[in-house]
Design a protein around this ligand. Structure first.
Ligand SMILES: Nc1ncnc2c1ncn2[C@@H]1O[C@H](COP(=O)(O)OP(=O)(O)OP(=O)(O)O)[C@@H](O)[C@H]1O
Ligand SMILES: [Mg+2]
Length: 252
């Protein structure tokens, strides 16, 4: 499988007023085309830093990051990013928010409008297309953020705890929705989460980071078949993998 995203020997040290903070040390990550990779690690270990580096929003202190063989030296149209909160424009409707990248990236407006409608259907928000963000629940707003990220059809999705601010039920619903979207759109995904079951449910591979300075200490292939469903949570492979990860984090 050809690597869509390649992170090699990457380190990042933040200069701060009280000295230097080494956030990441010698990180190697490869994400293949169409591969869904989840990243788990303790708070402050450098996960968001790694995501910002992959998005081209930060430059590494050491090492090299490439996307399909090209150095990542700034934000790329081929990469979509979702953060914990979707930061929608409150004076624009759901559909207008999804269409924002069409203007900023100079996309063909006619095609973008058709795609926005398809994406709204995919995330289950067709009937709310004309509503404003304040009229939506947190989970619905997050779905708008996901549709907006998908509008320019990025090959790589970088998601930083996208469901962290949601209640448990919305979170589970969106986890299922994300699997559905991914199975239709087949993107390469780097998905950061603090939830072990979420990582095991969604990912093809799970990376485990050490405490700061972050390093990848384990890479676990997920044997669970797709599509995954509510029954997946009772599968012995699901239990074995979640238990393994729980033991890892409890031991540390
Ligand atoms: N802009 C910054 N300037 C200085 N230090 C920073 C900056 N951003 C992050 N750090 C430091 O780098 C380390 C890693 O931070 P990062 O946000 O990447 O962690 P994280 O794994 O995403 O944590 P969490 O799970 O809590 O979101 C932390 O010690 C943090 O204090
Ligand atoms: Mg973070």
């Amino acid at each position: 499988m050809s690597a869509a995203l390649s992170i090699r020997g990457v380190g990042l040290t933040y200069p701060t007023r009280s000295g230097q903070t080494e956030a990441l040390a010698d990180v190697d990550v490869d994400i293949g085309e169409g591969e869904f990779v989840a990243l788990l690690g303790p708070s402050g270990c450098g996960k968001s830093t790694l995501l910002r580096l992959a998005a081209g929003l930060l430059s590494p202190t050491r090492g090299r990051i490439t996307l399909n063989g090209h150095p990542v030296d700034g934000p790329s149209r081929g990469t979509g990013v979702v953060f914990q909160k979707p930061s929608l424009l409150p004076w624009k409707t759901v559909r207008e928010n999804v269409l924002l990248p069409a203007r900023t990236q100079g996309l063909d407006l006619c095609r973008a409008k058709a795609r926005a409608d398809q994406l709204l259907e995919l995330v289950g928000l067709t009937t709310f297309a004309g509503n404003y963000p304040f009229e939506l629940s947190g989970g619905m707003q997050q779905r708008v953020g996901i549709a907006r990220m998908l509008l320019p059809d990025p090959a790589l999705l970088l998601m930083d705890e996208p469901f962290a601010a949601l209640d448990a039920l919305s979170r589970e619903t969106l986890t299922f929705a994300l699997q559905d979207i991914w199975s239709v759109q087949r993107k390469s995904v780097l998905f950061i989460t603090h939830s072990i079951p979420e990582a095991v449910f969604l990912a093809d591979r799970i990376l485990v980071m050490s405490p700061r300075p972050g390093r990848i200490v384990e890479s676990l292939q997920n044997p669970l078949a797709r599509p995954r469903s509510v029954d997946t949570f009772d599968h012995p492979d699901f239990t074995a993998l979640t238990q393994h990860l729980r033991r890892h984090f409890n031991a540390h």
